[in-house]
Write a protein that binds this ligand. Sequence first.
Ligand code: PAF
Length: 278
Amino acid sequence: MKLIRSIEELRAQLRGQNRTAFVPTMGNLHEGHLSLIRLARQHGDPVVTSIFVNPLQFGPGEDFERYPRTLEADLEKLQKENVYVVFAPTERDLYPQAQEYRVQPPGGLGDMLEGEFRPGFFQGVCTVVMKLLLCAQPRVTVFGKKDYQQLMIVREMCKQFAMPTDVIAGETIRDIDGLALSSRNRFLTPEQRVEAPTLHRLLHSVREDILSGRQDIQRIERRVFSTLVDRGWKPDYISVRKQADLRFPTEPDVVEQKLVVLAAARLGSTRLIDNIEI
Ligand code: PAF
């Protein structure tokens, strides 16, 4: 396994490879990331991972500074997964000058849900993902469904720019109690860690309600929102959307049931997101 810092070295190392499978990450790797790497291996060879905590996707007052950086431990895990190259540029390597050219996702998809509560987030994600893809030139790129809206936006970006990579989705990996694995879980206090799976349980209850035929979606959403508030959470949103475009479902969509319920909520100082397909 080779650890590479510079864009030039990455290009040289991957020259001639036309089946590269790529997994971009921000490091602090857990089983969720490793499952994406194993999925990447099924779709291409060699497997390349990037580790880069991208400042462009963090807003003022967000957790860029405290985002866990654990390169040594990450490298050990990647070595065991037989990753060919780890691209871990410094900020200066990836952005040698101010990154003034940015990729702006479209208003509808980019401004709703996460885009509403984290303005600029998807512009930062799209810009770095575009740049990483131009550097690694992978045949396939793997993203997790945990970041459902990110996956959809990146997939659409690759389609609209005719980028020569297939975007593949990996399932969310959960702890035994249902909590979706996330690098941010480490910020939870022991008491909050006990409470955290409530988010998944409530999303699951929304799924059950809809599958049982209920169509009063807004009432269901309100019930979950206020349950979270009562339990001490600060929810940003809990919203049932269409899987295809993340727009609000109309009545026939509810009956067809190709929906997804997405949520973001803060528990103490930690913001958790999760979703379940219906
Ligand atoms: O999902 C993430 O970890 C990041 O948003 C990504 C895709 C690596 C871009 O920085």
